[in-house]
Design a protein around this ligand. Sequence first.
Ligand code: NZQ
Ligand code: ZN
Length: 414
Amino acid sequence: MERFGWECRTKVSFGEGCVKEHLASYIREFAPEGCNIMIGFGGGSVRKNGSYDDVMAVLGGMGYSAEPEADRRVIEFSGIMSNPTLAKMLEGAQLVRDNNVGLIIAIGGGSVMDCCKAVSVQARYEGDAWNDFWMEGRAMTHDIVPCGVVVTMPATGSEVNGCAVLTNEETKIKCDRDYPQMNPLFALMDPAYTLSMPIRQLRAGTFDILSHIMETYFSQPMYGNPADDVSEGLMRGLIRDFRAALRDPMDIRARSNIMWTASLAENRIIKTGKSKDFQAHNMEHQLSAYTGCNHGEGLAVLHPVYYRHIYKDGLPKFVQWARNVWGITDAQALRSEAYAEDGMSDDELLALAGIEALAGLISEAGLPVSLRELGFGEAKKALLPEIASSCFISGGAFRQMTADEILEIYEECW
Ligand code: NZQ
Ligand code: ZN
C-alpha cells in the first residue's frame, strides 16, 4: 500500500426532508454574523425539483431576503452551466466580493458544486487562482469563503471531496484540482430531488460513479487491500442499483443507494493507499474541453477501449474484477467468444470477459458507445490529434499512455 493521509471534513445530512431539517443549523454554524449568503445554481432544474424552494424557505425563516435593502441578503448566482467555465467562476467570485458574502450554498450537480467551490477560493485570493492552483498546483494557504452544498444529482461526489473541475475556454484546458480546503463544510443530500433527473443524466451520472471506482481500483497495489475490498462491494451494488433504477426510475431505494454510492466513491476512502489511474478521466476532460460533451457519456465511450489497451499490464487485477464483480469464473467457456484468440491464457480470457461485461452494461443502459453517438462529426474528428496531445498523462496508471496511444484509443472509439 502507498503511504497516505486521509481526511474528509464535510458534514453530511442524508435523507428525504434533510434541507428543511438541517440547513438552518448549518447556517448558524458556518455563516459569519453580518454577512450575506449566496446561492449558486444552474439552468433552472432546482426550481422544478423543490430544492430551491426548500432552501429559500429556510433562509426566509432565518430573516434572509432577496430584497436589496434587507439586513441579511440572499444573492443569487444563477446559470452555472454544465462543464463550468473559468469565466463563470470569475463572475461568481466578483459577486461574492461585491456583496459581502460570507457563505455560499451550491444547489445542483457537480458543475454547480465545482463552480461554487472554486468561487470560494478565488473570491478571497488576490492573485489568479486558475493559474496558481489549477495550473500550477501551488499550496493553498489563504482562508476561503465557507461553502456548503445541496445535491440534486448524484455523479461526481463533489459534495464530499475537495475537487473542482473548471474549463478554460481560451486555452481549451479542462482541469481538476483537489484541495482539502475545498471540501464543502456541509452536504445536504435528499434523494427525492434526484427523481426529476432526465433519464439521460441518470445514465451518465451513474456511469461516472462506476468510472470513479474503476479508475481507483485499477491501479497499484495490485493485490488484496482494504480499499479494493470496499470498491468491489461498491461496484456490485452500483451495478445492481443502476439496473433497478433503469427498470423503474422512480425506485427511491435504488436512487438513494446510487446517491450515497457517489459519495462513498469520492470521499477518498477507496483511494487510501492506491496510486489511482484516472487516465480515462483525463482523456474525457479534454474531449469535453474541445467539444463540450457530457462527462459520464464520454467516459462510457472511452472505458472499454482504454481497458482493452491496458488489461495485460494489470492482468491480475482485471481477473480479480471479472471474478468478484461480474461473477465470471469459467475461462474454458470463454474460448468460443469472438474476442478469444489462439494462445490466449485463461487469465487473459477472464479479463477480456470482464471488459465485455462492462461494455454490455453500457449498451444495456443506452449510453453512447462511440464518438459518433456522442455527437462527433467529421469536423470534431479532425480535432482528435490536437485533443490527444493536450491530455494530461496519469502517473498512477498500470501503464503510462503516450499522445500517440491516446489518439489510437480515440480513433478506436470512433
Ligand atoms: O443546470 P440545471 O438546470 O441544474 O440542470 C442540470 C444539468 O443540465 C441537470 N440536473 C441536475 N440535477 C437535476 C437536473 N435536472 C433535473 N433534475 C435534477 N434533480 O443535470 C445536468 C447536468 O448537471 P451537471 O452538474 O453538469 O452534471 P454532473 O454532476 O455530472 O457534473 C459534471 C461536471 O463535474 C465534473 C465534470 O467534469 C463536469 O464538469 N466532475 C467533477 C468531479 C469532482 N468535483 O470531483 C469529478 C468528476 O470526475 C468530474 O470530472
Ligand atoms: Zn468523473
